[in-house]
Design a protein around this ligand. Structure first.
Ligand SMILES: [Zn+2]
Ligand SMILES: [Zn+2]
Length: 123
């Protein structure tokens, strides 16, 4: 792997729970390394294609990138746009049992108001 790809991968893993967008990754990496936005996009495509990271697609928003490779779902805050890892145990087994299909892959985005935003509204 090239040095630049490794730097980007490290950046995503360090900020795993934040689900950074390409622009956010660019800003973080650029603070310490000389890199172009095109290189960031190319590297992200490479890392996704080779299974190092996941691409999280959200309707109406830029793609986010996720270093958490375990099977999980996402809850997206409608107020601040933060992406939270969530587990919905048994959903795959339940779908397979009830509909007789074999689930091969999934992407499930829940929409929510995150804890922070709920607290802000309550004040
Ligand atoms: Zn929020
Ligand atoms: Zn995630």
């Amino acid at each position: 792997m090239t040095k630049q790809r490794q730097i980007i991968l490290d950046c995503i893993r360090e900020n795993c729970c934040r689900h950074l967008s390409a622009i956010e990754i660019f800003d973080l990496v650029r603070a310490e390394h000389k890199i172009s936005l095109a290189t960031v996009y190319n590297s992200l495509n490479y890392l996704v294609d080779n299974g190092h990271i996941l691409r999280v697609q959200i309707a109406g928003e830029p793609d986010r990138f996720d270093g958490n490779l375990h099977a999980h779902h996402h809850a997206i805050c409608d107020v601040c746009g933060s992406v939270i890892d969530v587990n919905v145990p048994g959903i795959i087994a339940s779908v397979e049992d009830n509909y007789g299909v074999k689930v091969t892959n999934f992407s499930l985005n829940l929409h929510c108001i995150c804890k922070n935003c709920q607290n802000t509204n309550a004040r």
